[in-house]
Design a protein around this ligand. Structure first.
Ligand code: HEC
Ligand code: HEC
Ligand code: HEC
Ligand code: HEC
Length: 467
């Protein structure tokens, strides 16, 4: 049976007899609500099932034995998943207050932690202490989180439905080598994409897939070739895996580079732009066609936190006198296209719920030049408005992202102005990427780096403007 840890349920260890009646009365409406959502269940066996002490600290694994993996892990988002500034802001300023106000999303107070700080979740320590308190919740997705996982419950990995079995057994790819600290148990599970999917697929309390990196992979060309997440995010190199241990030709590097590594994002999409005619007079129309080829990702681009990310295509022509013309994309006319062309409109009004601003008008939806093509899939709240609150997502808009190995064509029809300067005209297409839509980042005071503009790729072409 599939489950949903966003639902509210009795906390196994805290339920006392005298609270039973209260509990029964209070879960009735909750069960009623959650039956409406596919995949809902009122109990999650992971929650409040363990103690922090059941797990070793990353520093224990990393200080004298797994020194290289420990440093790699510290540089990766895995170690930041709880303490990272934007995670802290979204969880404490939006999700937790929202959970207190809306029974449908009440479960997120606990549920976010199933993936961002699994030990806190399994210890029932939710909300966990703030990062500044330096509690064990800060360990985030630690060595022990992953290396105690033996499988998952149900038939689809999502919402942290991993099975964690802490103890002397550490699960990994080999049994060779010996460790005085623990047993090495070979498990094929860590090598599967389902393992990653337990945290990289997420269903909202409304039953909508709001994170589906592993599901996207499964539908795509890389699954057919058995090129798993690990091949691109935990690449192999000849190395020792522990300071006293044997060297292997294919030691799994704990890199996990993703959206927070600009080098991983750069070059993901290849661009080529060409005109339909090479020479044109003022007043004439030239059509530019741009091909975008997703050569790098094993899932869609963007993936994961799709509600936050924005990828947009900006095309400019510069005439012989240096005058710049912005070329808006030609609409294709598909349903929901309005979300994929930058406009001067507001969105994200549902942030007002958590912030106690019931009439919050929202902030700019895109924050990029009007008329630019946006590759995204909008998340829509119960009122049908665009949202960055994935837990408050009741439906999804058009999916206009770039699939793995997909090529999309975009056209730009340019009517040369009468006063354009004759000579060579250069037309440049730039594909930009931002982790968090800038107007939202500004509104919530998220540090600058989250809205840094990364150029994914660019390409130019020329035409001659005749006198
Ligand atoms: C063929 C190589 C390839 C495979 C296979 C692959 N990825 Fe990626 N992944 C990339 C590239 C390149 C990026 C950077 C561009 C981007 O952000 O999408 C990326 C980005 C990501 C990100 C960051 C996305 C964001 O916006 O924050 C996550 C998370 C991720 N991958 C997880 C996975 C998981 C989980 C799997 C397996 C189900 C997987 N990847 C399979 C190449 C791959
Ligand atoms: C997000 C999950 C995750 C985290 C966090 C993680 N690992 Fe791993 N680890 C893996 C996976 C997956 C493999 C490879 C499994 C496979 O290929 O079958 C692996 C492999 C290993 C191996 C064996 C490498 C080899 O090639 O033989 C060691 C040792 C290891 N990890 C130690 C650590 C240590 C120490 C930490 C913390 C500093 C850590 N891991 C953090 C997922 C994780
Ligand atoms: C226990 C949960 C969990 C498991 C299992 C897990 N991840 Fe993650 N992973 C996370 C979380 C949470 C983050 C997000 C950190 C953040 O941005 O706050 C993350 C981040 C990442 C990133 C970096 C994304 C970025 O924005 O830069 C990559 C890449 C990634 N994971 C790949 C993988 C792969 C590949 C596997 C399987 C081998 C895997 N993860 C298994 C929870 C998990
Ligand atoms: C099913 C596991 C899961 C759950 C549940 C979950 N997250 Fe995440 N979250 C992730 C993963 C994995 C990533 C990284 C995805 C990526 O990089 O694309 C992520 C990324 C994020 C990011 C973006 C980090 C960045 O720097 O771009 C924020 C913020 C965040 N989560 C907050 C939350 C909040 C708040 C909740 C609860 C409402 C929540 N998450 C619930 C797995 C989860």
């Amino acid at each position: 049976m599939v489950r949903n840890n966003y639902s509210t349920r009795p906390h196994r260890r805290t339920v006392k007899k005298n609270r039973k009646l209260f509990l029964i009365l209070s879960v009735i409406p909750v069960i009623f609500l959650f039956n409406a959502a596919p995949g809902a269940d009122e109990t999650d066996p992971n929650f409040n099932s363990r103690r922090y002490d059941d797990y070793d600290k990353p520093a224990y694994c990393g200080t004298s034995c797994h020194t290289d993996f420990y440093r790699q892990w510290q540089q990766a988002m895995m170690s930041q998943a709880y303490v990272h500034h934007w995670d802290e802001i979204e969880y404490f300023d939006l999700a937790v207050p929202h959970a207190a106000k809306d029974p449908v999303v009440a479960g997120v107070k606990d549920g976010c932690n199933a993936c961002h700080t699994p030990l806190a979740y399994m210890a029932g320590d939710t909300p966990p202490p703030r990062p500044e308190k330096n509690s064990r919740a800060n360990e985030a997705v630690s060595c022990e989180v992953c290396h105690t996982i033996t499988g998952f419950r149900g038939d689809t990995p999502y919402n942290g439905n991993y099975i964690s079995e802490p103890g002397r057994n550490k699960y990994g790819p080999r049994t060779t080598g010996n460790s005085p600290a623990h047993e090495m148990v070979k498990s094929d599970f860590l090598g599967t994409t389902e393992f990653c999917g337990t945290c990289h697929n997420e269903k909202s309390p409304y039953g909508v897939w709001v994170k589906s990196t592993q599901l996207e992979w499964k539908e795509g060309p890389y699954a057919k070739e058995d090129i798993r997440c690990h091949e691109c995010h935990m690449t192999y190199a000849p190395a020792q895996t522990a300071s006293m241990g044997a060297a292997y030709p294919d030691a799994r590097q704990h890199l996990f580079h993703g959206a927070h590594d600009n080098g991983k994002v750069r070059g993901t999409i290849e661009l080529r732009i060409h005109p339909d005619i090479l020479e044109a007079e003022p007043g004439e129309t030239v059509k530019f066609t741009l091909a975008l080829f997703n050569q790098k990702t094993g899932h869609k681009f963007p993936t994961g936190s799709v509600e936050d990310r924005i990828v947009w295509l900006h095309v400019e022509a510069v005439d012989a006198a240096g005058r710049v013309y912005h070329l808006p994309v030609d609409p294709k006319g598909f349903e929901g296209e309005e979300y994929t062309i930058a406009a001067d409109v507001l969105g994200y009004q549902d942030m007002g719920i958590a912030l106690d601003k019931p009439d919050f008008p929202g902030v700019q939806r895109d924050g990029v030049p009007v008329g630019d093509r946006i590759f995204r899939m909008p998340y829509l709240d119960p009122q049908g408005r665009i949202t960055i609150q994935q837990w408050n997502t009741k439906s999804l808009g058009v999916d206009y992202r770039l699939g793995p190995r997909e090529t999309k064509l975009e056209t730009f029809t340019f009517n040369l102005p009468d006063d354009v300067t004759p000579g060579e005209m250069t037309v440049t297409a730039v594909l930009n990427y931002q982790k968090l839509v800038a107007p939202v980042a500004d509104f919530l005071n998220v540090p600058e780096e989250e809205k840094e503009i990364v150029v994914v790729n660019q390409h130019s072409t020329h035409i001659t403007v005749l006198p």
